[in-house]
Design a protein around this ligand. Structure first.
Ligand SMILES: NC(=O)C1=CN([C@@H]2O[C@H](COP(=O)(O)OP(=O)(O)OC[C@H]3O[C@@H](n4cnc5c(N)ncnc54)[C@H](O)[C@@H]3O)[C@@H](O)[C@H]2O)C=CC1
Ligand SMILES: Nc1nc(O)c(N)c(N[C@@H]2O[C@H](COP(=O)(O)O)[C@@H](O)[C@H]2O)n1
Length: 707
């Protein structure tokens, strides 16, 4: 029986995208006026309220142009229950949607009818002899590790006969017996292999320079169309693969995002650890680097540098750092943990910086200021090894010319294998002000094999210097053009983090500077932040310094504070204090609760803990008293006097002097005993040790208990 297929006219896709309007944004970068005063407010207004952020390219078009009755047609072409006819044009239109089911079946030359093509199910055991040597990968491609599929076989065959008539037609006939069915359903094939049509949808966007994550997200905006086209099981790695040849041919293209890309993922397609790891064998795209790092940070957690014996025998570069095992433990509760971040739809965010006592990160804008001592500097590099990316604002990049790599022994370029433990540097540069040149430390470190290529995030419609694009790309870096705009100010953090997450970055260490940190500490963004690890040095920089302080926010009439929970204080090195905490997302207090609640306590009642650690997340709080003024070192700025006497107080965590000589840099310092949890110090400086077994009398904010 022959059933003619009725196919209404195909929808037309409206694909329009405005060409980006390109503006020149050259400007004076100075933050200090002629009198040397810091005119920060004026400068902020100038740069953050520009209209060009608000221009967006139109990416509201549909990606799909599915032919009509696609679900029914796919089913019919899958089952081939009865013989049917369709125009040759229709067949050519629908067949790409089922070519993940059928492949051409070679038959003997003598039976070959030029008007007839036979197809067999892809699960039919091949009648061709298969070479036992695997095919060499195409030039420039990595060998792909194919997952072994569940063994299934299927005997189905179909025949397509071209019939010459006024309109060219095809007759589709089942070759196998009428009672023989596929041994599987259509979804099974969709799960195992993507059809050409759905891959073409991705390819069309890929060659327009969109980020793979953005393309995948945009496809998911029309889940019905995606599913009817057979794309239910599509993965972001499919999009990366389809873009790979184009990326090879267009090494300087700038990847961009669709408007709205930052919305939460729809559908059940959350990246799973297993699939992320599987996709690491895909061709090397910029995202793969992040995935490779992700695997590094997933598998051996807590991450241990390779044993000394495995390190390359060549001398380690000068400046190689060590951070001893015994000093890692107190940091673990604040670091990205595999099970937790694997199930999150956003990256783990750690804010980490070094500050003066007056909350300044630099003596003046544009002046790089060493605050951390050698031990806390080594800690920073250990933290870098634990994150997929390090993020800074463009002014930090401009003033510090940082390396933003991990210089611990065992990291790539420091005795370890290729770029191991090296995070991806990310610079937030909405107006592309950073001068990209091959001598900048970020790029020199890449050339020396000591860093990953940096990503520079620019706003929409920014004119990029072709030379900058070429140079960055040549170093494995990328410009990422992001559309999402925070109505108050500039690029939207939540949106950015969501984009990074989908590009494979599962943890980010935000290092600064003042503006970036202050911004993320605002109540409206603090929920994005997981941990804070800050180094406090006993020094004052004054009001002209670069400040970290969020704007005061109000809940109605009441000012609100951004408070930390699960806090630990750890003295380290000669005079630094490390403060670790987690953003307390459950509380916004109008007043300092410690002071208020203490004043309500009866004289003999110990102050109740402010923040009990959630039992499943953290070990019990461990608090360390800072050295008392009588015992501690002089409050000198770090490195001002390297010969200053050691503290007489409780020994803080010490690392070996740094930088280590190249010859012995890879030898870890002998572990020193970690200080046991100590009771707390009184604010007046007189140390009060609680007797063993008794709970401490005061909380860490140091309010003395009334006697
Ligand atoms: N002590 C420490 O640990 C650190 C100190 N620093 C110091 O901080 C200083 C630089 O800090 P700042 O001047 O505050 O600049 P910054 O490094 O925070 O960069 C600010 C710039 O980044 C861009 N930006 C950041 N967030 C944005 C958003 N949401 N939307 C749009 N644009 C955004 C803007 O162009 C803005 O002008 C340097 O002197 C550096 O040495 C930097 C990092 C760490
Ligand atoms: N931990 C820490 N302590 C200080 O005293 C600092 N000044 C900084 N600055 C940050 O580190 C970056 C420099 O990194 P490289 O050593 O060049 O890799 C600088 O740009 C700041 O982000 N950090």
């Amino acid at each position: 029986m022959t059933t003619p297929v009725q196919t209404p006219t195909r929808h037309e896709v409206s694909q329009s995208q405005e060409d980006s309007r390109l503006d020149d944004h050259s400007e004076d970068d100075s933050d200090v006026n002629r009198n040397g005063d810091v005119d920060r407010d004026k400068q902020e207004k100038l740069e953050d309220h520009d209209d060009h952020y608000k221009e967006e390219a139109d990416t509201s078009y549909s990606l799909f142009s599915n032919p009509p009755n696609l679900v029914a047609m796919r089913r019919q072409l899958f089952e081939v229950k009865d013989e049917f006819e369709m125009s040759a044009q229709e067949f050519e239109e629908y067949f790409p949607f089922v070519d993940n089911v059928w492949r051409k079946y070679r038959i003997d030359q003598k039976d070959n009818d030029p008007n007839c093509e036979t197809f067999c199910c892809r699960l039919r055991p091949s009648n061709q002899h298969k070479s036992s040597t695997p095919k060499a990968p195409a030039e420039g491609k990595q060998t792909r590790t194919k997952r072994k599929r569940e063994e299934k076989t299927c005997p189905m065959l179909m025949k397509v006969t071209y019939v010459a008539s006024p309109i060219k037609k095809v007759k589709v006939t089942r070759v196998t017996a009428p009672d023989l069915e596929h041994s599987h359903d259509l979804e099974y094939m969709d799960h195992n292999k993507r059809n050409t049509a759905i891959m073409d949808v991705a390819r069309r966007e890929a060659v327009r320079g969109f980020l793979p994550g953005s393309i995948f997200w945009k496809m998911q905006q029309e889940p019905d169309k995606m599913d009817e086209a057979g794309g239910k099981h599509m993965k972001i790695s499919d999009v990366r693969n389809v873009q790979y040849p184009w990326r090879q041919q267009n090494p300087t293209a700038i990847l961009k995002a669709h408007v709205g890309y930052t919305q939460q993922r729809t559908g059940p397609r959350q990246p799973k650890l297993a699939s992320t790891i599987a996709s690491a064998s895909a061709p090397p795209t910029p995202n793969n680097g992040a995935i490779q790092r992700q695997i590094q940070s997933y598998v051996p957690f807590p991450l241990q540098p390779p044993p000394v014996a495995q390190l390359a025998p060549t001398p380690l570069p000068q400046g190689t750092l060590n951070y001893p095992e015994h000093a890692k433990e107190f940091l673990y509760p604040y670091l990205p943990h595999i099970p937790r971040i694997a199930s999150q739809s956003r990256p783990h965010i750690t804010l980490t910086w070094a500050t003066s006592l007056d909350s300044r990160v630099a003596l003046l804008p544009g002046v790089q200021t060493a605050i951390s001592g050698p031990e806390t500097k080594a800690m920073t590099h250990f933290l870098r090894s634990q994150h997929d990316a390090i993020l800074i604002g463009v002014k930090t990049a401009m003033s510090d010319d940082p390396g933003l790599n991990c210089r611990l022994a065992g990291a790539g370029g420091f005795g370890g294998p290729d770029r191991a433990m090296q995070p991806r540097p990310i610079v937030i540069d909405p107006r592309a002000r950073l001068h990209i040149h091959s001598e900048m430390r970020l790029l020199r470190a890449v050339r020396e094999g000591k860093a990953q290529g940096p990503w520079v995030v620019v706003g929409p419609h920014i004119k990029l210097q072709p030379q900058a694009v070429t140079t960055l790309k040549a170093h494995g870096g990328e410009f990422l053009q992001i559309n999402e705009i925070d109505p108050y100010y500039g690029l939207d953090w939540e949106a950015l983090f969501s984009i990074f997450h989908r590009e494979g970055i599962k943890s980010i260490m935000v290092e600064g500077g003042g503006k970036v940190l202050s911004d993320l500490l605002k109540p409206r963004y603090a929920h994005c932040v997981d941990s804070i690890i800050m180094t406090i040095a006993p020094t004052f920089f004054g009001k002209g310094g670069v400040e970290v302080a969020p704007d005061t926010a109000f809940d109605g009439q009441q000012p609100i504070q951004t408070r930390l929970a699960n806090v630990k204080w750890q003295p380290m090195g000669q005079s630094d204090m490390v403060l670790c905490g987690q953003l307390d997302k459950t509380r916004t207090q109008p007043r300092l609760p410690g002071v208020q609640e203490f004043s309500r306590q009866p004289a003999s009642t110990p102050v109740a803990p402010q923040h009990a650690a959630p039992p499943s997340v953290l070990p019990p709080l461990q608090q360390h008293a800072p050295p008392t003024p009588s015992q501690g070192p002089p409050a000198a700025q770090h490195n001002a006097n390297p010969l200053a006497p050691q503290t007489q107080g409780p020994p803080p965590l010490q690392n070996n002097a740094s930088p280590l000589p190249a010859s012995n840099a890879h030898i870890l310092p002998a572990p020193q005993p970690v200080q046991p949890p100590r009771p707390l110090a009184q604010i007046n400086g007189a140390s009060t040790s609680a007797p063993p077994g008794k709970s401490p009398k005061f909380r860490h904010y140091g309010v003395p208990r009334a006697s």
